[in-house]
Structures are given as C-alpha cells and as structure tokens.
Write a protein that binds this ligand. Structure first.
Ligand SMILES: Nc1nc2c(ncn2[C@@H]2O[C@H](COP(=O)(O)O[C@H]3[C@@H](O)[C@H](n4cnc5c(=O)[nH]c(N)nc54)O[C@@H]3COP(=O)(O)O)[C@@H](O)[C@H]2O)c(=O)[nH]1
Length: 525
C-alpha cells in the first residue's frame, strides 16, 4: 500500500473518530429527546464545537425536564396548600386499588369537611380562610403517621394519601388497614386535633369537622365510587350533629344520601367554577336570522362529567342554591353577549331562565340592574324567561318590579306557556312581552288536533295582545313550516341547532343566520 493510501485511511479514521461518531451520538441524543428521554447520555466530551454542542443539548434537556416537572407539579397539586389535588388523588387511588386487589388488602377513604368554614370565610374574609386552610393542612400532615403520608414528586414511589379536593374538603387514603377500626382510630385522631383552636391573623378560631369513611372492597371497588360514598357518609356525619365521623351505610336512605350529597356537590360546583352555559339559537322563521339565544346551564362535574339541569335544578331550588346559581347564570350570560357584541358579532338578545324562588327574593330586580350595569349590556338584549306557574305564584310587589324592568327594556317572556292556568285577563295585566309555546304541544301538534288547536290559539292570543311568540322544541321541518305559516315569530329546537358551548355559538354568530335546515321554508317566504 502506498503512502498516499495510508494517509487517506488515516484521514478517514481521524474523521470518523473526531466527527462522524460524535455526530452520530448527537443525532441519537436528539432522537432520544424527541422520544421523551430529556437527559440522554452523550458519550463524548471533547472541547471543540461538537463538544460544546453536546453540552448545550444536555443543558437544554435538563432545563426541559425541570420545566416539565414544574408543569406536572402545578397540574397535580393544590396551589394553596401544596397538597395533591383531586386529579392526583384519583390517579393514586386507582393505582392503590390495583395493588390492593393483587395483595388482597383493605383500604379506607376518609372525606373530611370543616363544619363552619363558610361562616369564617364570610365574616373574616378569604385571606383568613386561606390561612386557616393552610394551617389545617399542616395539622393534618402532622397527625397522620409518617407511613401514611410521604410527600414526594410522583405517586409511583410514594404513599401520598392526603389531598385537598377544593374549598374546605380534604380526602385521606389509608392504603393498608386491618379492619374498619383502624380507619375509625385515624378519624378520631383527626377530629380531636381539629377541635383545638387555630391561630390565624391574631385570632383564635375553632372550626371542627365531619368525616365520612368508605371502605375498599366492602363499600366500593372503583375510585370514584369510593370517594362518592365517603362524601355521602360525611353528609350523614353532619346530619348526626357535626364533629363526628360515620361509615358509609348502604341501608341509610339512599335518596336522602344522594340528595344531601348532590346539594353539597352543587355548593362546591359553584365555588369551584364547574358550571358553564350553553346557548341555543332562536331564529326568525322567514329568514333564518338568529335573533336570540337561550342560555342553558350545564354542570361539568369532575367525577360524573356533564350533568343535565333537569337533574340538579330541582335540588338547587329546594335548597335555595338556585339564588346564587341563577345570579351566576345571569352575570355570565350578560357578560358573554356583551363581549360578543363588542367583538362585532351579530347583536342578539339572550334569554335567561328565572325560577320562582329567585323571583320571590326582594333583591331580584336590584340584581338584574346591578348585572346590567356591571356588564354594560343594553337591557333590550336581555330576556327573562319565567314559567307560567312561577309567575302565578309571585307577590304583587314582584309583578311591579318586573313591570319596572320591562319599562327599562328587559323583555319578560312567559315560558312553557299553555302548561299552567293563567287566565286571559291576567295575561293582559302582567308585564309580559312574549309567549313561549311549550315543547310538549309542538311535539304532538301535527298528529294531535287538540295540541294543534292549543298552539293556534296561543299564537292568536299573542297576536291579539301585541305580544311576540316563540315555539320551543322544533325538531322537524314540518313543524317549522306549520309554525311559520301560522305566524310564529321565533323558532327554537334541535332542527335548527342543539344548545352549543360558547365557542361554537360564536362561530354561528359570525354569519348570524342558520339557513340550511330551513331552506324549503325560506323559499316559501
Ligand atoms: N332556573 C333555571 N333553569 C334552567 C337553567 N338552564 C336550564 N334550565 C332548565 O332546565 C330544564 C332542562 O334544560 P335543558 O336540558 O337545557 O333542555 C333545554 C333544551 O335543551 C331543550 N330543548 C331545546 N330544543 C329541543 C328540542 O328540539 N327537543 C327537545 N326534546 N328538547 C329541546 O329544552 C330545554 C329548554 O327548555 P325551556 O327552558 O323551557 O325553554 C329546562 O326546564 C330549563 O328551563 C337555568 O339557568 N336556570
């Protein structure tokens, strides 16, 4: 072999060692970072440019890992107390259930709620409430045995068992108990500790708490059921006089359990921002133009998902919770319409359902004024839907207040019209701007002559008294055509659109018309 060949081989070898191999390592490291290994081992450490590049990759990986960890921590922990949140607790519980199944272990979930936290929050302010929750978390940590509570980065190597679900609610998982008495002992220890005063902001506060306990596998074998049953048992504990604990009992009247539990969850839903509004368009029959939206409440429960208002409005009404919930709906709807108008979308009115209990409160009219001022919405774009039965029950003062609202421009609409017993003369006296035909009549009007007669009569009454009319529950083109021909002003129903989340409704409002499902009718007019 000549000396030239030797030089070429030496050069090739040097290039392989100094450049190609380090580049291959770097490429492999980049691939590993892309696949999620943020701290790949880069097996060379030269001081040249490639070495510098390797160092930069390693630093970048470390920084990415750190910020990923921070994001994960934020998502899985409660920012006030630093404790695991509902998400981490559920994941951990799921993980521990799998282990307990394999090892035939028993476990207990303790659901703890402070007895008069709301009063402290309302009278002393949220800052004091927050401080109290922090102190309470610290006290709970200190009384749980070390092996019950080890706080580390991820649950896989820990037995993290104390979490804050939100508000004044904490859950504790006892991952290994011999029998229910072990859980009872921990609950008693916690209750004793909670009876002692807390010093917050120079004040001595006494709170007390109630604890509900569910057992795995006796009471439930899935994480959500274990939490729900411990929650229900906690309500039973509160019913028994507070400052005590109760085990879940299947024999306790299930309906009472569910009612109490749902009421508590509704309270939390309001505090934790779990409600949202969906909007269903109302269109002018001859043009398909969107002229109004009905705001319909939805509850996005973290455990159950979306819950229909039919399931929770009656409980909210029974407990009086409909008042703060209704205020939230009113404010949210006015705020949204105002924002859409400011963004240049079609100017439509929004109708909000108002229940009889809200109307009976003296401050109802003041609240409406306050919300309109706060959100800047022109009163002409707000419609209050009141059922016929609710309106018949209210006191004369409320009727006067509704009249005052109507004079300011707010439209009062009689919802589910035809299902109550209002006399025609009363209709003339009440401050009403619109009659809304109940969907039960619309559903059968093309097959049942009696329903057809009722709908025709309502439309005639509306016309004669100078009121607007709207039909809800329009599901077919035939129903829409029939109503349009009879002179019904507005149509609302699944044929036109189902109720939509705000973001989807905003897209529809950009064009401001819904013509597709109504095409044959639009051709007639
Ligand atoms: N006090 C308050 N009551 C409220 C509020 N939000 C809703 N509600 C009341 O709950 C009841 C059920 O409401 P929802 O499940 O939202 O049902 C509404 C529509 O989705 C449904 N609808 C609309 N179009 C159709 C259709 O074509 N077919 C069909 N089968 N159903 C349809 O009708 C409900 C609207 O009814 P109404 O209010 O009478 O116009 C309901 O009674 C709500 O009023 C709230 O914030 N406060």
């Amino acid at each position: 072999m000549g000396s030239t060949s030797l030089i070429i081989i030496a050069l090739f070898f040097a290039m392989h060692v100094l450049m190609i191999r380090p580049l291959q390592h770097l490429m492999q490291a980049v691939q590993e970072i892309g696949q999620g290994n943020l701290t790949p081992d880069i097996a060379f450490s030269s001081k040249d440019e490639l070495g510098q590049m390797a160092l930069s990759f390693q630093n970048m990986g470390r920084k990415l890992k750190k910020s990923q960890w921070k994001v994960k921590r934020l998502a899985y922990h409660d920012s006030l107390t630093g404790l695991p949140n509902r998400l981490l607790f559920r994941e951990y519980l799921q993980h521990m259930i799998a282990l307990a199944r394999r090892g035939n272990n028993k476990m207990a979930v303790l659901f703890l709620d402070l007895d008069n936290f709301k009063r402290i929050n309302d009278t002393l302010g949220h800052q004091v409430g927050d401080q109290l929750l922090k102190k309470m978390a610290a006290r709970l940590i200190s009384i749980l045995r070390a092996e019950d509570f080890i706080h580390r980065e991820t649950y896989r190597n820990t037995s993290e068992v104390l979490a804050r679900l939100g508000g004044d609610e904490f859950v504790i998982l006892l991952p290994k108990i011999d029998d229910s008495q072990d859980a009872a002992k921990v609950a008693s220890r916690i209750l004793d500790a909670m009876r002692k005063s807390f010093h917050v902001d120079g004040q001595e506060l006494y709170v007390g708490s109630s604890i509900g306990i569910s057992l795995f596998p006796e009471d439930a074998t899935e994480e959500n059921d274990l939490i729900k049953r411990a929650d229900a048992a906690m309500y039973q504990a509160k019913e028994q006089g507070r400052n005590n604990f109760q085990f879940y009992s299947a024999s306790y009247n299930l309906a009472t359990f569910e009612h109490l539990s749902l009421e508590g969850r509704l309270r939390r839903a309001l505090a934790n921002d779990e409600f949202e509004l969906h909007y269903q368009p109302q269109v002018r029959a001859e043009t398909g133009e969107i002229v109004g939206l009905e705001a319909l409440l939805r509850w996005n429960d973290p455990v159950e998902g979306l819950i229909s208002p039919d399931q929770f409005i009656p409980i909210a009404e029974n407990s009086g919770l409909i008042v703060p919930i209704g205020e939230w709906v009113l404010r949210q709807a006015c705020r949204q319409i105002s924002a859409w108008q400011a963004a240049g979308l079609s100017r439509v009115s929004v109708s909000v359902n108002v229940s009889a209990i809200q109307l009976q409160r003296q401050e109802c009219a003041t609240k409406v004024d306050q919300v309109l001022n706060e959100t800047g919405l022109d009163p002409r774009y707000l419609e209050l839907e009141i059922t016929e039965t609710a309106l018949m029950k209210v006191k004369p003062e409320v009727i006067d207040q509704l009249g005052a609202m109507q004079r300011k421009g707010v439209i009062i609409s009689l919802d589910d019209f035809g299902t109550g017993y209002s006399s025609l003369s009363l209709l003339q006296e009440l401050p009403i701007g619109k009659l809304k035909i109940d969907k039960s009549f619309v559903r059968d009007m093309l097959t049942d002559p009696k329903d057809a007669a009722i709908v025709s009569a309502i439309l005639l009454i509306a016309k004669s008294l100078g009121l607007k009319s709207a039909a809800e529950g329009v599901e077919t083109l035939e129903q829409a055509t029939w109503l349009a021909e009879k002179g019904c002003d507005k149509l609302q129903g699944y044929l036109i659109s189902r109720p939509l989340p705000a973001a989807e409704m905003a897209k529809l409002l950009k064009s401001g018309v819904i013509t597709e499902p109504l095409k044959p009718i639009l051709e007639i007019f």
